[in-house]
Design a protein around this ligand. Structure first.
Ligand code: UFG
Length: 338
């Protein structure tokens, strides 16, 4: 069974390729290497013993997208990760985000509807909820006005898929709303490779501990939470990857209730920034150099998932803990800097 993974050399994409190949799927990766490295393929091969097909293709080129699908008529499912994901960059360059995240989605869906290939999984985000009124967050929580062009692309992306599924009943799609994926593969063959200064908490922690950054800034300790720092639902990337395989099987086995379904991917447990730092210090045996600074603009106070829908309907739940994720992130950091 052949599966296309766009953005398959990225952080979540590469872990998903591993899980797919471990389950016997034949994977074709499309990636333009704009935020990834071709060396990731070596890591995938080391873990799985199998070489995926890799096509260096820019999905913003409609002719290339059409040509690709014409050459690969036997693709049974598409998992679409390829997208830009930096909130700050999206504010500075919104059109880049609408082009990278929306135009490419439209081109792929055009092919799927034309060629009657129906199984599609979309990388969405808990960012669509903004600061939810009720915690934990269920999938039917209202979609709030997006905080950034990046967040807007995830909202619009879901709308585009929903409308397309309404018009083309053959199309069968699932959007997975990730909370905060972190960590690395336990083999330390693949992991997160942020380019430049990391914007996200966990790579910033590990880069500080390894000596690449001087100090972690904790953005605000005056939030209405247990210790004053923001709460997020940190989920191990391997658990996230496995959810994609289960979602794909749900599509392929026609188990879906409607032809557009949405699931939260989280642990259901919120952790504060200080709890994440504590977990890191515990598993690494290292003290982390950090200081409390002012709040970061755009941060919500707390977000964590209600996982009932994913557990009961998708039949997936997380298996790994925050400590597992922090230990794997640290092992990965040590390996790549070693
Ligand atoms: N944080 C720090 N210091 C840092 C980096 C982050 O204190 O150097 C804090 C943030 O304030 C936040 C928490 O750590 O409280 C998590 O921050 P991340 O940037 O790792 O993650 P976010 O929850 O802000 O971002 C995630 C996704 C985005 C998405 C966003 C929407 O990474 O893609 O959720 O809420 F847009």
């Amino acid at each position: 069974m052949k599966v296309l993974v766009t953005g398959g050399l990225g952080f979540i994409g590469s872990h998903t390729v591993v899980e797919l190949q471990n389950k016997g799927y034949d994977v074709v990766i499309i990636d333009n290497l704009s935020n990834s490295s071709a060396e990731v393929i070596n890591g995938i091969v080391k873990i799985t013993g199998k070489m995926p097909i890799f096509v260096n293709l820019d999905l913003r080129n409609k002719q290339h997208v059409d040509g690709f699908f014409n050459q690969h008529k036997d693709i049974e499912g598409v998992i679409h990760f390829a997208a830009s994901k930096a909130v700050g960059e999206s504010v500075k360059d919104p059109l880049l985000y609408y082009e990278n995240n929306i135009t490419t989605l439209v081109y792929i869906l055009q092919q799927l509807t034309e060629l009657k290939r129906k199984n599609f999984i979309f990388s969405s985000s808990c960012t669509v909820y903004g600061q939810a009124d009720k915690l934990p967050i269920t999938e039917d929580a209202p979609i709030k006005l997006a905080e950034s062009p990046y967040g807007n692309t995830k909202q619009i992306g879901e709308e585009v898929i929903k409308d397309t599924c309404c018009a083309y009943k053959d199309l069968n799609a699932i959007a997975l709303r990730y909370f905060n994926p972190i960590g690395a593969h336990p083999s330390t063959e693949i992991g997160e490779l942020p380019i430049g200064v990391p914007q996200n908490l966990v790579p910033y922690i590990t880069q500080t501990a390894i000596g690449l950054r001087e100090q972690l800034s904790v953005f605000g300790d005056d939030y209405p939470t247990s210790d004053g720092t923001c709460v997020r639902d940190y989920i191990h990337v391997v658990d996230v990857a496995k959810a994609h395989v289960i979602a794909l099987e749900r599509l392929m086995e026609n188990k879906t209730v409607s032809n557009f379904e949405v699931f939260n991917l989280g642990t259901g447990k919120g952790s504060t920034v200080l709890e994440v730092i504590n977990s890191f210090e515990k598993v690494s045996g290292q003290k982390l150099n950090y200081k409390i600074v002012a709040r970061r603009e755009g941060d919500v106070t707390a977000a964590y998932a209600n996982t009932t829908h994913a557990n009961d309907v998708l039949g997936w739940k997380t298996e790994l803990s925050l400590d597992d994720a922090m230990a794997s992130a640290w092992n990965w950091e040590k390996k790549i800097r070693g």
